[in-house]
Design a protein around this ligand. Structure first.
Ligand SMILES: [Zn+2]
Length: 115
């Protein structure tokens, strides 16, 4: 099978595709491209992961939210979407820490409140 992403590599059967949801690792079967490394998870297995994740209560929220940054004064503001705010019970007064991971990723962590 030819890889639909790069069109160069062949898809090989693998059983070690890792998906991470909320810090938990799920191993799934599927295909991996020999050239670009793109992974295609079997629909059955991705359904199973979703089912398990739902049961654990870690599914149901989008894994990735796209937000636009807005310039403000000398800094940049990132708005937290309302549904995320609600699901994390944020008041908007929390202290957060930002950790830079590589060139294009930032991990935002809510610090435990002192109260
Ligand atoms: Zn490919």
């Amino acid at each position: 099978m030819r890889c639909p992403v790069c069109g160069k590599g062949d898809l090989h059967r693998v059983d070690d595709i890792m998906s991470e949801i909320e810090g938990l690792a799920f191993v799934e079967r599927g295909h991996r491209c020999s050239a670009c490394g793109e992974e295609f998870i079997d629909p059955d297995d991705s359904q199973r992961t979703i089912k398990v994740a739902r049961r654990l209560g870690i599914w149901g929220e989008p894994l990735k939210l796209h937000r636009k940054l807005s310039p403000s004064g000398r800094g940049i503001v990132l708005r937290i979407p309302e549904d995320l705010r609600r699901s994390m019970s944020l008041k908007g007064t929390e202290t957060v820490s930002l950790a830079k991971i590589g060139k294009k990723r930032v991990l935002l962590e809510i610090e435990p409140s002192e109260a």
